[in-house]
Ligand binder design. Structure first.
Ligand code: NAG
Ligand code: NAG
Length: 261
């Protein structure tokens, strides 16, 4: 597969390019699972009252490999943008035997191992390589692209990728798609943010929403199907700086790579 520079933009939702039509199409898409998962496991919410933890959901149906990978203790989780507060999901996944890699640029040491299966790495994920000038200054840059990290670690597959990137998720997702890295991933859990376009996403509001939608359609083309959608009502109900369309500024979405059986 060759590398591309841009994702394929979907046709506009309407001839007039109206924001309303664009938003309706997008919001419907992110709130309508494409497949149903019988065994959704909301690892983050097992022993605390609902709403205090975010529902990072994985699909443990037998038809997808994650359940088998966990059984065989061969699963691997990458967690991007972990805030220090809530690592319940990561700890739980490590407990069931997954190899868990958390990326957190604020920790004191380059690598910290906590327990048998849980690692923290002093790295943050970017969608481009740092410029050579910066890289030369800091011999060991703390910012890397996902592809570089996979190469450095010698990992060819990630069973679950969780990303809580405070609006960098769009460009990171784009990078995973353009560099064909998404094919190496079994399930994706992303918190997406809609209160503004996101880092390095530009254009008028309609174009931004069309771009978000097109990114998710690229995922679908790569056989990623949405099985879980959570609208966060505890966050401001803001869509591109406005109160509109009954939307929240934040959703958590989970997809499964359905080619991986
Ligand atoms: C995900 O799907 C692709 C096909 O789009 C498949 O080749 C690949 O093996 C799957 N990824 C994983 C991690 O299994
Ligand atoms: C707005 O969203 C809430 C929460 O998802 C839902 O319960 C309600 O029915 C929606 N209202 C309208 C007018 O669609």
């Amino acid at each position: 597969q060759s590398l591309r520079w841009h994702i394929e933009l979907q046709p506009w939702a309407s001839l007039s390019h109206s924001l309303e039509e664009e938003a309706m199409r997008f919001l419907k898409y992110i709130t309508t699972p494409l497949i149903s998962c019988e065994n959704v496991n909301e690892h983050g919410m097992t022993d605390k009252p609902k709403m205090t933890r975010k529902p990072w959901s994985i699909c443990l149906d037998d038809r997808f490999s994650l359940a088998h990978q966990i059984k065989n203790k061969q699963c691997r989780l990458y967690s991007l943008g972990l805030g220090t507060e809530d690592n319940h999901f990561e700890v739980n996944m490590a407990k069931v035997g997954c190899e868990v890699h958390c990326f957190d640029p604020s920790i004191k040491h380059p690598h910290i191992q906590e327990g048998k299966h849980l690692w923290y790495h002093r790295l943050s994920i970017d969608w481009r390589e740092p410029s050579p000038a910066i890289a030369a200054q800091k011999l060991h840059s703390r910012t890397k692209k996902m592809g570089t990290i996979l190469n450095d670690f010698g990992h060819r597959k990630i069973d679950v990728l969780k990303a809580d990137m405070e609006s960098a998720e769009w460009k990171i997702l784009e990078n995973l798609i353009l560099e064909n890295i998404v094919e190496q991933i079994g399930q994706l859990i992303f918190e997406i943010h809609l209160h503004w376009p996101g880092f390095e996403v530009s254009g008028d509001d309609s174009s931004v929403v069309r771009y978000w939608y097109s990114l998710l359609k690229e995922l679908e083309l790569k056989n990623f199907q949405l099985f879980y959608s959570y609208k966060d009502l505890s966050k401001p109900q803001i869509f591109l700086k406005k109160q509109a369309f009954n939307a929240s500024s934040s959703y958590i979405l989970s997809w499964v790579n359905t080619s991986w059986r």
